[in-house]
Write a protein that binds this ligand. Structure first.
Ligand code: ADP
Length: 315
């Protein structure tokens, strides 16, 4: 980082994260839905939909231990399994959350995240762990020193951390004056895209293979129309009916819940400080970079931002 102000801003934010813990990020009041690994996968889907959640920590009640985090990626793996082994479809109704590991193994997917961090550790460490594993959310698991018993305290997401930074560091984020282009923030080559008419299944396969959580939807002139996100598949397989996946992306997006946060875009000339303003005000999950004509240029994920803020060399 060449600019002195920018370097100072980054240093201050890192120092801030070193003296805050997972416990500091929690809102005053929150609920946490933890799912037992004996639960049927199809039932877990309904619970997610009914409670408007997109992930949940898993609990193995046989061993009384935390068993990883259930996310939309796991459902994508189940769909992938169904595509590879159509003859197994009849058994899908009986699969429990504890079968997810076997499903992953069968399709050769990345295992479900079992990493967790202690909420008493500095947030800086939690963030680094998140970036290293490419986890998009991290469960905070505390342990009773005497009994050795574990419990899941909460789950923190990349969004929550960036929002926490944005809200408490306005004086530092204004120092981040370099633009998205200057920082080369995000991905600009080989961006995975789809069209409204693309089959949902193709898009899911793309996301599984490339380990990405969203695909911009463009028209024939490369103009951005929408973004298909991993969580968008949840309403498509509601009730364990997988047939709807044969439909198009356009149809799938119609099933999006009304309160979904929407799509955020930015230009290559936006400063990182301005992006933090957006994070402060809105529930951003990523920014799609477009030009003046709304044509797709690239994508800035929250992990791209977090990696720059935490890991870029400052001296
Ligand atoms: P996040 O970590 O915020 O969930 P992703 O996992 O989707 O974001 O992104 C991981 C990496 O892949 C990031 O560096 C991001 O820039 C890049 N990326 C995200 N979506 C796409 C896409 N559709 N095509 C190509 N690269 C992408």
């Amino acid at each position: 980082v060449a600019d002195k102000d920018e370097a100072q801003g980054l240093k201050n934010i890192r120092d801030f994260l070193k003296v805050r813990t997972g416990y500091d990020v929690f809102p005053l009041s929150f609920r946490l839905i933890v799912l037992d690994t004996d639960l049927l996968i199809n039932k877990s889907l309904n619970i997610m939909i009914q409670n408007s959640i997109v992930s949940a920590p898993l609990w193995d009640s046989h061993t009384s231990r935390f068993a990883g985090l259930l996310t939309a990626t796991d459902y994508m793996n189940v769909i992938q399994y169904y595509c590879q082994f159509p003859e197994e479809m009849s058994k899908l109704d009986q699969f429990r959350l504890s079968s997810l590991r076997d499903i992953e193994k069968a399709i050769g997917a990345v295992p479900i995240e079992t990493i967790s961090v202690n909420p008493l550790l500095p947030l800086y460490e939690a963030c680094k762990g998140m970036l290293k594993t490419r986890a998009r959310r991290i469960p905070l698991v505390d342990k009773d020193d005497e009994t050795g018993k574990e419990w899941v305290v909460s789950v923190i997401t990349q969004y929550r951390i960036l929002k926490f930074i944005a809200v408490n560091n306005e004086h530092n984020t204004v120092l981040l004056k370099r633009t998205v282009r200057e920082l080369n923030l995000g991905t600009y080559t080989n961006v995975a895209t789809a069209q409204m008419t693309s089959p949902v299944l193709d898009v899911i396969q793309m996301m599984v293979h490339r380990n990405i959580s969203c695909v911009p939807i463009i028209d024939k002139d490369n103009r951005l129309l929408n973004v298909f996100e991993a969580v968008d598949i949840i309403p498509c397989i509601k009730g364990g009916v997988y047939e709807e996946l044969a439909g198009s992306v356009g149809d799938a997006l119609l099933r999006r819940p009304e309160d979904s946060p929407g799509i955020y875009t930015c230009s290559e000339h936006d400063r990182l400080g301005a992006i933090f303003d957006t994070v402060r005000k809105s529930r951003v999950h990523r920014l799609v970079v477009v030009d003046d004509e709304n044509k797709l240029k690239g994508i800035v994920s929250l992990s791209d931002i977090l990696a720059y803020v935490l890991l870029s060399p400052v001296d």
